[in-house]
Design a protein around this ligand. Sequence first.
Ligand SMILES: *Cc1c(COP(=O)(O)O)cnc(C)c1O
Length: 235
Amino acid sequence: MEDIRANLEAVHGRISQAASKAGRAEEDVLLVAVSKTRTPEEINTAIDAGVTDIGENKVQEIMDKYEAVKPVKWHMIGHLQTNKVKYIIDKVCLIHSVDSLKLAKEINKRAASHGIVMDILVQINPADEESKFGVSLSDTKELIMEILENCENIRIRGLMSVAPAVEDPEDVRGYFEEVKAQYDEFSKIEHERIDFKYLSMGMSHDFEVAIEAGSNLVRVGSAIFGARDYGNLEG
Ligand SMILES: *Cc1c(COP(=O)(O)O)cnc(C)c1O
């Protein structure tokens, strides 16, 4: 059994160190605990230990766990199919993974029918990896402008990125810095439906580098809950 409470303390220590190294405060960095493959009991333990925000990468897992988990903010961080938007539109506070106008339009439609404005991040694929979702750096501005033009029930709150999986996180610092540069540029866009607040970058093995590069939202799973066993929940 993982000691979730102790793990969380260690993660907070790492966040605090990275933030201070970057001349920022720990409170400037939102920790989203990524609970894919985890049980409601494990998630509730994390919530009891102070976690306020939970991230899932699959619609099905949000639906399966939603009722059994204590009140908390849910984040959709994984690839989202348009036909599944309707299941989570009233459950999540932020969708991190918007990478097409088609998806944005569906979110917009569902948000409108619920009478809400949905907060989203645009997902960038900075290394243009085939295996990853996200829009390329060069197409990001166009997508943002199209969403602003077409989606009255969406508010763009920032950018999200998943760096390539590498052994040494120093190797992806450059990608994080590129996304941060874009974040700063797009922050200047003036429009009533854009209000940048979150730069979602960094996972268990690379969040210190991400924070140093300017991330203010980290998505941390295994460092909190232990290594994942995909045996029963995925595949
Ligand atoms: C699983 C996942 C994470 C967390 O990964 P860890 O390495 O367990 O911290 C973060 N972001 C996304 C999009 C994920 O799917």
